[in-house]
Design a protein around this ligand. Structure first.
Ligand SMILES: N[C@@H](CCC[C@H](N)C(=O)O)C(=O)O
Length: 262
């Protein structure tokens, strides 16, 4: 099987062309092993790109535990870069089918940057110092004073495995405000069951969550710059009648190496 390893702000994936390779996608043990950093190629997830009748391609996403995941934002940006290289589309713009429906994206191949359109969000659960929302994957977002004071894995696990979320799981984001329209985000990911260097659906949820939790009400266009362990991302969104629309996740996606395994 031929594969390409990609990373997007340190969130890394094994990507395979499903039109070319023969794959047993219900063999979760093999997918888990491919993602294993000692016994396999290593990655936070496994991605299959294949043809689709309505869009330029389809992306299937598996977490590193080998099981099908929901939308992966960083994985989607890697998928766009891979699909361009593999000839699934030409030019800058593409559309693709993912877990939560059709997405549009723009690939700036000269600088390796991908802009990914996310689904509109109108439903946010607001609790004490935290929000829960679905940006294609379910996310819990909470503000913290100082990220360096926090054990992300311990604190993330405590929420992810709490009685409410234990069965289906949830991704947990800790957000520190670092300036005007600037935040630092650390994410504990379900399905990886660890902190990852960055999570695309997580930083999107964090940008919207920070808007809500900091009591902002200003309508119109917003842009938040986000620092993660693996690098910087931006999230642009429009606030209209309390809904979040025209949401874009923007950042780099880079090929690391390619190879072939038995
Ligand atoms: N790393 C991803 C998130 C992947 C989804 C998640 N772990 C799940 O299945 O809940 C991202 O960049 O969005």
């Amino acid at each position: 099987m031929k594969f390409v390893k990609y990373q997007a702000t340190g969130n890394d994936f094994v990507v395979v062309n499903g039109d070319v390779e023969k794959l047993n996608l219900s063999d979760y043990e093999t997918i888990k092993k491919l993602c294993d950093r000692r016994f396999g190629i290593g990655g936070d997830g496994f991605i299959v790109i294949r043809s689709h009748s309505e869009t330029d391609f389809e992306m299937l996403y598996y977490n590193s535990d080998g099981r099908p995941g929901s939308l992966c934002g960083n994985g989607s940006r890697c998928a766009v870069a891979f699909a361009y290289e593999a000839g699934f589309f030409e030019g800058k713009e593409c559309s693709f089918m993912a877990y939560d429906g059709i997405h549009r994206a723009r690939f700036h191949s000269e600088i390796g940057k991908v802009e990914l359109e996310m689904a509109d969000i109108s439903n946010i659960e607001i609790g004490t110092q935290m929000v829960i929302l679905d940006t294609g994957s379910p996310h819990y977002v909470t503000l913290v004073e100082d990220l360096s004071d926090l054990d992300i894995v311990e604190a993330g696990k405590a929420i992810r495995f709490s009685p409410r979320f234990a069965e289906d799981g949830i991704n947990v984001n800790f957000v520190e405000q670092s300036g005007e329209n600037q935040v630092i985000v650390a994410t504990y990911e379900r399905g990886v069951e660890d902190e990852t260097y960055s999570c695309g659906t997580g930083v999107t949820a964090s940008a919207l969550g920070e808007y809500v939790l900091s009591g902002q009400t200003e309508q119109g266009q917003h842009e938040v710059n986000i620092q993660t362990k693996g690098g910087n991302l931006a999230v642009r969104f429009l606030v209209s009648d309390g809904n979040f629309e025209d949401i874009w996740l923007i950042g780099p996606a880079t090929k690391v190496f390619e190879g072939e395994i038995e």
